[in-house]
Design a protein around this ligand. Structure first.
Ligand SMILES: Cc1cc2nc3c(=O)[nH]c(=O)nc-3n(C[C@H](O)[C@H](O)[C@H](O)COP(=O)(O)OP(=O)(O)OC[C@H]3O[C@@H](n4cnc5c(N)ncnc54)[C@H](O)[C@@H]3O)c2cc1C
Length: 306
């Protein structure tokens, strides 16, 4: 199997003096969507993205697509982060997937529990002979022959994970993943920078070593009210009332005005994150280039979109 060695994301984070940006892609469902993904990936590669990540869904074909898309991203070449979840996987399957990733040189890994297929907010069911929590996946990676090859990231939730008993316990579990060997975290999307800052504060206060590892904010460029509502439904993130009001006011003038105001809001959020020392801005692109490109342009990190 062809190997394209990836730069560990933790080393990019510790060696970069300037804020970086990175992008998330989803395995496409059809040829048209796949073409859009490659157009977006090429655009972001040309703009100097630090890495592109590929999400992981339940169901065999989605998994194969994640693997294939991640491999092709490395060939662009774009430094690649591949996601892996516990959903519907036995312990043995996870070991075999880790083998495949390592053999293909896909060594930047985002370790995740995943959401139940169908209804992300539905009941979580551990797979037969599977794992319960992401911390166990990190232990599994660390127990394989490829332990040293993998550079591990995890998910973090500025407002607490929707299944967590409390914010305090969620912080403790996030910290446990960082202590177990994850080098950095990427957050769930949020609409109020304060949530991100308080998460960072909680982690650093609880453990000045593991809790001080880089926390990368996840940013969804706002392009419509529907996409914001969907994000809130899926993740349990809350809307900042001021942002909500601005979007609703814009909606009185139509969809284009919402998009324009949304890009402005996303830019302001990113500006504040840069001012607060975020090491990287991770954009949830939904495989589209334009909105993220516009935010990057507003930040002085990309030329005008043409
Ligand atoms: C950046 C990012 C990327 C994502 N990409 C994907 C993707 O590609 N595919 C996908 O399906 N989903 C993805 N998700 C969603 C994620 O998988 C879900 O939100 C999942 O429910 C939580 O994952 P986790 O890794 O944080 O789980 P865990 O760390 O296992 O936590 C799950 C829940 O259990 C609690 N918990 C953790 N450890 C313990 C413990 N020891 N005892 C008791 N409770 C505990 C936590 O507080 C939390 O409520 C992503 C999320 C983010 C933020």
């Amino acid at each position: 199997m062809a190997q394209t060695r990836q730069i560990p994301i933790s080393s990019l984070l510790s060696n970069s003096t300037d804020v970086m940006f990175s992008v998330e892609f989803m395995p496409p469902r059809d040829d048209a969507a796949e073409q859009r993904l490659w157009n977006a990936a090429t655009t972001f590669k040309d703009l100097g993205a630090a890495f592109g990540s590929v999400t992981y869904g339940a169901g065999g074909s989605t998994r194969e697509r994640t693997f294939r898309i991640a491999q092709r991203l490395t060939e662009l070449p774009l430094n690649t982060l591949v996601h892996l979840t516990l959903v519907e996987h036995s312990h043995a399957e996870l070991v075999s997937i880790l083998e495949d990733y390592a053999s293909a040189g896909l060594t930047n890994l985002l370790a995740l529990r995943g959401d139940p297929p169908g209804d992300p907010l539905g009941e979580w069911m551990k797979a037969p002979d599977g794992l319960e929590y992401t911390s166990e996946l990190i232990e599994l990676v660390r127990a394989t022959d490829h332990s040293r090859d993998f550079d591990l990231g995890i998910a973090a939730f500025p407002e607490g994970h929707h299944r967590a008993e409390s914010l305090e316990l969620d912080t403790a579990y996030t910290l446990a993943k960082l202590r177990a060997g994850a080098e950095y975290a990427i957050t769930q999307v949020f609409f109020d920078v304060e949530h991100f800052l308080r998460l960072r504060d909680r982690l650093a206060a609880a453990d000045p070593v593991a809790g001080a590892k880089p926390i990368i904010p996840g940013i969804m460029p706002i392009t419509s009210l529907r996409s914001v509502q969907r994000q809130i439904e899926l993740s349990g993130a809350t809307m900042n009332p001021e942002v909500g009001e601005r979007l609703e006011r814009a909606a009185l003038s139509g969809d284009a005005a919402v998009r324009e105001e949304g890009i402005r809001i996303s830019t302001e959020l990113a500006e504040r994150l840069i001012a607060e020392g975020a090491p990287d801005l991770h954009f949830m692109t939904m495989n589209f280039a334009k909105a993220t490109h516009q935010v990057l342009h507003n930040l002085g990190m990309a030329p005008q979109w043409s």
